[in-house]
Ligand binder design. Structure first.
Ligand SMILES: N[C@@H](CCC[C@H](N)C(=O)O)C(=O)O
Length: 312
């Protein structure tokens, strides 16, 4: 079977995108893994199927699958790419300066405002990511709340997990999908084993692959979790992410939102932050209406045709 695809990314978090507005394409986990394979396939952090909308007047439904073939509720970088896919192909209307659309996702509808460049192609998008979910049962995280947000919502602000390297503390927030955010305030206080390839202890040298994989699968997280490691500086929050179902990626939109919320809740930042990821910056605002709004770019790398061999 021959399938047309486009490869898009948000700050290096990359996706194979397929127009499935007919809603007829069912990819098996093996097929998703093959498409995402960086050596034998197209290579990506996930696959996005562009499906028909669920809500009246909405632009489409983003069906998101991680590189390991597992379904995820939401993808922040992906939903900006989703908007770009629709706008650049004229599937969603745009004015000379940009426009608005609503993307349906497994986590619910996400309104998006976007700007376009001189050729009418989507340049940047601000996504209404909804309210962060703090209730431990809904994140989900199997721990009792230990803090209360300014709005009176109980949440898990300091979950201490014993890891093989050191006890690490996590703030647990869902943006439709689960996140566990570990703030590192003092790198020198961490054991050398967390920085196996360097004597220089900083976010860039942290063993994100090993610690991330351990925490992702920790029994405290019944649906597994995305794992963020962050350091709040004066002008930005630096963050690296180990994504559930994928591993370390260059950026994670929902992760940046969860980290900005966690930084605000724990007094490390205000309600507006720049989150500095390996692939670039996202601007995050936790507005007075309780919604988190994320602004960042989306880009297309290439497009092509791929053969899926179902005969084997
Ligand atoms: N990269 C995404 C998140 C993708 C889903 C995640 N790995 C999960 O399983 O929840 C983003 O930009 O938010």
């Amino acid at each position: 079977m021959e399938i047309e695809f486009a490869k898009l990314h948000g700050l290096g978090n990359d996706f194979v995108m397929i127009d499935d507005r007919a809603g007829e394409l069912a990819l098996s986990p093996d097929e998703v893994r093959a498409l995402c394979d960086r050596h034998f396939g197209i290579g990506a952090d996930g696959v996005i199927l562009v499906r028909p909308p669920v809500g009246e007047g909405h632009a489409g439904y983003m069906h998101y699958v991680n590189a390991d073939g597992t379904l995820a509720q939401m993808c922040g970088n992906g939903v900006r790419c989703f908007a770009k896919f629709l706008v650049d192909r004229g599937i969603a209307p745009s004015g000379p300066e940009g426009g608005e659309l609503v993307a349906d996702t497994l986590a619910g509808p996400r309104p998006i405002a976007f700007t376009v460049d001189g050729e009418g192609l989507l340049a940047e998008a601000t996504v209404d990511m909804g309210e962060p979910v703090l209730d431990p049962a809904a994140v989900p995280v199997g721990a009792a709340p230990d803090a209360t947000s300014p709005e009176g919502a109980p949440y898990v602000g300091e979950l201490v997990l014993d890891t093989p390297w050191a006890p690490l503390t996590f703030c647990c927030v869902s943006m439709g999908n689960p996140h566990a955010v570990c703030f590192i305030d003092d790198f020198d206080a961490l054991p050398d084993a967390l920085f196996p390839d360097s004597l220089d202890k900083r976010l860039a040298t942290l063993d994100v692959d090993a610690v991330g994989a351990f925490v992702e699968a920790h029994p405290a997280f019944p649906e597994k979790t995305n794992v963020e490691f962050a350091h709040a500086g004066d002008d930005a929050i630096a963050m690296r992410v180990f994504e559930r179902g994928c591993g370390e990626t260059l950026a994670c939109g929902t992760g940046a939102c969860a980290t900005a919320v966690a930084a605000s809740l724990t007094g490390r930042a205000g309600r507006t932050s720049t989150v500095r990821l390996r692939g670039g910056d996202l601007r995050i605002r936790w507005d007075d209406d309780g919604h988190v709004r994320m602004t960042g770019p989306a880009a297309q790398s290439f497009s092509g045709t791929v053969t899926i061999d179902r005969a084997r």
